[in-house]
Design a protein around this ligand. Structure first.
Ligand code: ADP
Ligand code: MG
Length: 252
């Protein structure tokens, strides 16, 4: 295996009023991999994810992205560097069409450009083309002119992914992408993530272990704020410590 690490956490620690939720975690995410963070409830997955995406500030430790120290940088700054978190907010504007949502995301990426630039019909037409292309990538061309609020939950999520892709991510950070999905949507979004992962790195927190088994090259298992096991799905799912950690924690 190559040692081309795109995202690296060293000694990552987070204390909440004396409670250590994440304890000296060392995480190495390999470029081009689909990497999952799993573990029972309360393991520290969300805290870890929020630290990596800069929504929380670590109590100790460092985070590097492409060899650059990003420990003190803000989420918007790292997003512009290509480290983009999806599903962070309900990023979809319900009153707009799917196409408008993606077009706005494209405009946001280039928000330094002048207003006049956006009024040019030629530029708008090109943005629409790009937006259609992104909708195509998530299998949503047939829904381009639909109002976003009318879309099913799974399609809203596909749209969110398109708006995330508009930011041209190199590393895509997904927080429980399957949460609240029907079986059918889980299958569709799994395929979609596999497709958008090509040529990118994906780090995801995910509860659905069959999704993790299908999508992920590498799994880090957290328990009580520390890394319990790491490896392929086959490796970690056979690990007695991992099995133990999950026992008594259904839906963990
Ligand atoms: P997971 O996502 O793996 O279920 P979390 O990262 O949400 O776990 O939480 C890990 C631990 O940290 C839990 O015991 C939780 O109660 C605690 N915790 C999380 N966020 C806070 C907070 N803002 N203040 C205090 N304790 C917190
Ligand atoms: Mg959580």
């Amino acid at each position: 295996m190559s040692d081309d690490i795109v995202l690296k956490a060293t000694g990552l620690t987070k204390d909440f009023k004396g409670f250590r939720a994440v304890d000296a975690v060392n995480l190495n995410v390999q470029r081009g991999s689909v990497h999952a963070l799993i573990g029972p409830n309360g393991a520290g997955k969300s805290t870890c994810f929020n630290l990596l995406t800069k929504f929380l500030t670590p109590s100790a430790g460092t985070i590097t992205y492409d060899g650059r120290d990003i420990t003190r940088l803000k989420p918007e700054v790292i997003a512009r560097m290509g480290l983009v978190r999806s599903f962070q907010i309900s990023a979809v504007f319900g009153s707009m069409t799917a196409l408008e949502n993606v077009r706005i995301a494209l405009q946001r990426r280039r928000h330094g450009d002048s207003w006049d630039f956006w009024r040019s019909q030629k530029v708008l037409a090109r943005l629409e083309d790009e937006a259609m292309d992104l909708l195509d990538q998530v299998g949503m061309t047939g829904f381009a002119r639909e109002q976003a609020s009318d879309l099913s939950y799974g399609r809203k999520r596909a749209l969110e992914i398109a708006t995330t892709l508009a930011l041209d991510p190199k590393v895509l950070l997904l927080d429980e992408p399957m949460a609240g999905m029907t079986q059918e949507d889980v299958a569709r979004i799994t395929t979609l993530i596999a497709r958008v992962a090509v040529g990118r790195t994906v780090l995801m927190v995910e509860h659905n272990l069959s999704v993790v088994a299908t999508l992920c090259d590498r799994i880090t298992v957290l328990a009580r704020g520390a890394i319990l096991a790491e490896g392929s799905y086959d490796e970690v799912s056979k690990d007695p410590q991992v099995i133990n950690a999950y026992i008594g924690v259904p839906n963990g």
